[in-house]
Each structure stands twice: as C-alpha cells, then as structure tokens.
Design a binder for this molecule. Structure first.
Ligand SMILES: [Zn+2]
Length: 187
C-alpha cells in the first residue's frame, strides 16, 4: 500500500545538517546552552553556561541536541513555532498531534523497512544496502517528531488549564516562561 504523501514531507529541513534550528533554553536559567565537541571521544554535548547542567552526549550532533531539548521540561517553545512539519497550518495543538501521530507511524515503518533491507543485503538477497545518510535522516526525523508530539501535548494541557482558570491574564498565553503547568511526559 502506498503511503499518503502528506506524511512523507516534513518541511524544508535536513535534520543532519540543521541541528541548531531549535534549541530549548535551560530549564533552570532560561538561557541557551553551549554546544561542544570532545574530539578525542568524538562526542557532542550541550551544557548550560550558567548552572553547568549537561545533557547526555552523542556522537551525532543532532542526537545531542534532541537529548538536551528532551531534558528541558518547563520552557517549551510555542507549538506553532516548531520549525518542522509545518505545524503552523493547524488550528490547535490537538489537530497537530493527530497529524504527528500519523507521521510518527510512517517514520517508524520506514525505519523498520530500512532495517529489513539491511538484513536482506547482509544475506545477499539485495545488491545494495539502504544509504547510511538516508537511514540516519529517517531516525533523526523520527526523534524530532517525538519531540514535536511532546511540545504539542505540553501546550494542549497548558491551554486547557488557561481556559479553565480564566482569571489568569491573557498575557501568559503563548509564553513558555511560567511553570504554571508542569510538563507531563513526552507521549
Ligand atoms: Zn542552567
């Protein structure tokens, strides 16, 4: 069965090259982290220049950025400003989540298909393995998709809370600086 094209296009973005497109500020200090690389171990790591907090490092820069972003749970950028998947075309974070769920499924299937092709290649059934960059790009898109799901969920809960407690000034709408609603997990 052919996959619907809507779920195969993730925006003009190369997740292996454009790793700096969205970096969350430090949870505690509200400032952007420093990206460093230890050449000896060939690892990338993000750390806060003020409090020194570090995220898990990785040999892949994009993965180090994702690791950092996932660890910052109370300064989540507004969902419509997420740079991938063209989320600003949706009316609500719920709508965006419905779309992202499908995108994630498609990406997971594509990653799985790559793994199967690799096995087939090793058995001599396929003449060529899937391209390494292609595989890695899919894995990176999948990680960004999971992150986008978390961002939409955060704003969905937050906007519901703001609506409920309507005595809050509308100014906080769209701002991620208050810890009013704690982030409730990535799924
Ligand atoms: Zn900090």
């Amino acid at each position: 069965m052919k996959t619907d094209k809507r779920y195969l296009w993730y925006g003009k973005f190369d997740p292996l090259e454009e790793t700096n497109c969205l970096i969350f500020p430090c949870n505690d200090c509200g400032i952007l982290p420093i990206i460093s690389r230890t050449p000896k171990e060939d690892r990338w790591q993000l750390s806060c220049p003020k409090c020194g907090k570090k995220a898990e490092g990785s040999r892949r820069k994009w993965q180090a950025v994702i690791n950092w972003n996932k660890a910052q749970v109370s300064r989540i950028p507004y969902w419509r400003e997420f740079p991938l998947f063209d989320l600003d075309r949706f009316q609500t974070p719920e709508d965006a989540r419905v779309y992202l769920k499908k995108v994630r499924q498609v990406l997971e299937n594509r990653v799985k298909a790559c793994e199967q092709k690799l096995v087939a290649y090793r058995k001599g059934v396929l003449p060529r393995p899937p391209g390494r960059k292609y595989q890695e790009r899919l894995r990176a898109f999948l990680q960004w998709c999971i992150l986008a799901q978390g961002v939409c969920k955060y704003w969905m809960l937050r906007e519901a809370k703001i609506e409920k407690d309507s005595h809050f000034p509308s100014l906080i709408y769209g701002r991620a600086s208050s810890k009013m609603v704690r982030f409730a997990g990535w799924l």
